[in-house]
Design a binder for this molecule. Structure first.
Ligand code: 6R9
Length: 646
């Protein structure tokens, strides 16, 4: 297998080399108090913490707290403290969907905008602890709105702009937001996303919403409802440019972000202030080896956790210059990413494998016609990166010069957990490599037996984490019991990630993908249960079962088995209708790739759908269906094999 050793220059100049990595890792687990005292010094505390943490994953005394008696304000850490020496440093370089549009915003300007935005929110009655829903395109005002919430101690809940009004309404209702922040519209690939119209449709079902603050951006016509809707640009001028940051406890909530799990509706993952910011800033510092002056670009949308931790909180806490991109990789053409790299002289680029695979398919020429000589480091996140895409990223995009940090983590973990450090870790294409400081992974088998962790011995099982880390989520908003049940009840005393994983002879971790009913479509997490409930909500559908199947570009595609009501004759028109239906119910990211009309689904005698078999059929691998003897009616399987979709 190929191993790419740490380039000599990186070993010399990086914050940590291999020996440093091993030593810091050891200290983080063996001397946590001293280790975290040092690492939290990167944060400006209003009142320094004295208690490190009180964390237990056991049911009897379950709870997670870090630095609990410390106080801080997250927005002051991302803004105010940079002003004295770096006020004129560019904080955000914005690149519009339309390649002729750019904006540059200094830390001083960002600070003023955040203060004004915070004052507008206060004027609308927002206060500490309130939930505020954000539904915005990738524009600087998205970061401004998040930081303004943090400044006054309100809890933001960002909903990805690709979600439908239905999905948005559910998320507004779940956390009872009184305020929604949106834009008239966003642009993606030359197409308008009618955000304000979507908010209008959503808010019609949300009696809790009293005010909608709208950022003028795309210039499309919108309806403004008197008494409820206001333009940010109008309000901005009428408020003071000063706003004192609220003193927040380290364990006061910073944000909620909804994410899919294997059961039920999306969960409101809750992150708090002190531990989360420490983790975001610290991982951004070490993983990207960020130096003042570097131009750093994370291509994730702020609607996902990667956008929270690595577009906004981590880099801004570190005083970085961040590129923010509204558009898509293939508009106006397949060179767009690399044109942006050249135009803004990007040094660090962090993106998702799905985009790389899509660009790889278009051929090297689109990449080669750009210079990319400014690039020094590349990153990958969101899903496993297959070695072929890794090598292409390395050879074609990075010209064989830039280390690739393949960072494994989750919405729940707040920031990178298993990742190379560019000056320390030899790279194996496809492996997220080694645990970050403070992270204690463990592999267990299905029964929970711990697999031996010894040098030279490989193992494969389910990935758990045995100790808390500061960036860990603290609860599921409004349902603490669900938090415990979802993550800590499968394997007693451990956090279960939902991922399968192999550890090789050198101790490198290879994430093999989800082992639960979550599918990862283009790096977006979807619960099969959500798509199923959208399908059965259609009047003609009796039953549905959704599974993932391998997809060349998306990583996984969505394969839906649908049983229609008895009187319905399934046809092509219904297939199209159901695809459209799911797009409307959840959003375009949940578009089924295949719909397989099934007269019946394979079930056990107790009525449980045998998903294992459905996955095999969707994958086209019917040679090894395993034991089907427990099926109530084994002939169902033959029918499904004969009628496989796609
Ligand atoms: C950050 C983020 C989390 C799930 C996670 C895993 C997959 C993320 C990965 C990766 C292999 C990587 N995942 N990064 N798998 N290698 N580098 O993506 O959060 O949206 O919550 O998804 O994504 O399956 O469990 P989130």
């Amino acid at each position: 297998m190929t191993v790419h050793p740490v380039p000599a220059e990186w070993a010399r100049r990086a914050y940590v080399d291999a020996a440093g990595q091993a030593e810091k890792y050891r200290r983080s687990l063996e001397e946590p108090e001293a280790f975290w005292r040092e690492e939290t010094a990167r944060i400006d505390w209003i009142r320094p913490w004295t208690q490190l943490g009180r964390c237990s994953f056991d049911e009897a005394d379950f709870g997670i707290e870090w630095f609990a008696d410390g106080t801080l304000n997250v927005s002051a850490n991302c803004l105010d403290r940079h002003l004295a020496e770096h006020g004129e440093t560019t904080a955000i370089i914005w690149e519009g969907d339309d390649p002729s549009q750019q904006r540059r915003i200094t830390y001083r300007e960002l600070h003023e905008d955040v203060c004004r935005f915070a004052n507008v929110l206060k004027g609308l009655g927002a206060k500490k602890g309130d939930r505020i829903t954000l539904y915005l395109p990738m524009i600087p005002e998205a970061a401004v709105a998040m930081l303004a919430c943090a400044r006054i101690g309100a809890i933001h809940s960002v909903v990805f702009g690709g979600f439908s009004p239905e999905a948005l309404a559910g998320r507004i209702q779940d956390c009872d937001s009184r305020l929604v922040i949106t834009a008239d519209g966003g642009m993606r690939g030359g197409k308008l996303v009618p955000l304000k119209a979507n908010v209008d449709a959503a808010v019609a079902h949300c009696p809790s919403v009293e005010a909608v603050l709208v950022v003028r951006h795309a210039g499309n016509a919108v309806t403004m409802q008197g008494g409820r809707d206001r333009w940010w640009q109008d309000e901005r001028a009428a408020v003071s440019p000063d706003c004192q940051p609220e003193e927040m406890g380290a364990e006061d909530p910073l944000f909620i972000l909804y994410t899919s799990g294997s059961t039920g509706k999306p969960k409101g993952v809750l992150h708090t202030s002190g531990g989360y910011l420490t983790w975001a800033a610290m991982t951004h510092h070490y993983v990207f080896d960020y130096r003042p002056g570097d131009i750093y670009w994370c291509a994730a949308d702020i609607g996902w956790v990667t956008g929270h931790s690595y577009v906004v909180y981590g880099p801004l806490a570190n005083g970085a210059t961040v590129v923010m991109f509204e558009g898509v990789p293939n508009y106006p053409d397949h060179s767009r990413f690399w044109q942006i790299v050249d135009r803004h002289q990007v040094n660090i680029f962090y993106g998702a494998p799905t985009a790389l695979r899509a660009l790889m398919r278009e051929g090297d020429e689109w990449v080669k016609r750009t210079s990319r000589s400014s690039l020094r480091l590349l990153g990958s996140v969101g899903e496993p990166i297959n070695p072929e895409a890794w090598e292409w990223y390395w050879r074609v995009v990075g010209d064989g010069r830039c280390p690739i940090v393949d960072t494994w983590w989750q919405t729940e973990t707040g920031g990178a957990m298993i990742t190379p450090l560019p000056g320390a870790t030899d790279l194996k294409p496809g492996s997220a490599s080694l645990p970050f400081f403070g992270v204690a992974p463990q592999l267990v088998d299905a029964e929970g037996t711990v697999l031996p962790d010894e040098p030279g011995v490989a193992a494969e099982g389910n990935l758990c984490i045995t100790r808390s880390w500061p960036g860990q989520m603290r609860t599921v908003y409004g349902d603490h019991e669900r938090f415990f049940q979802t993550y800590f009840s499968t394997y007693k005393g451990k956090y279960f990630t939902g991922d399968g994983c192999r550890r090789d002879e050198d101790g490198y971790y290879w994430i093999t993908g989800r082992v639960d009913d979550v599918i990862n479509v283009s790096g977006h997490r979807m619960g099969t249960a959500e798509i199923e409930s959208a399908l059965v909500a259609h009047a003609k559908v009796a039953e549905a079962a959704v599974v993932g199947f391998p997809h060349d570009i998306k990583g996984q595609g969505i394969y839906a088995y649908v049983t229609t009501n008895a009187e319905v004759e399934p046809d092509e028109a219904l297939r199209r209708e159901l695809v459209q239906w799911v797009r409307t119910e959840i959003g375009p990211i949940a578009t089924p790739d295949a719909i397989h009309f099934a007269p019946a689904l394979p079930k056990t005698r107790s009525g449980k759908i045998m998903r294992r078999i459905l996955r095999k059929i969707a994958e086209g691998d019917v040679s090894s269906l395993g034991d089907t003897s427990t099926l109530a009616d084994p002939s169902v399987v033959d029918t499904l094999i004969a009628t496989r979709a796609g």
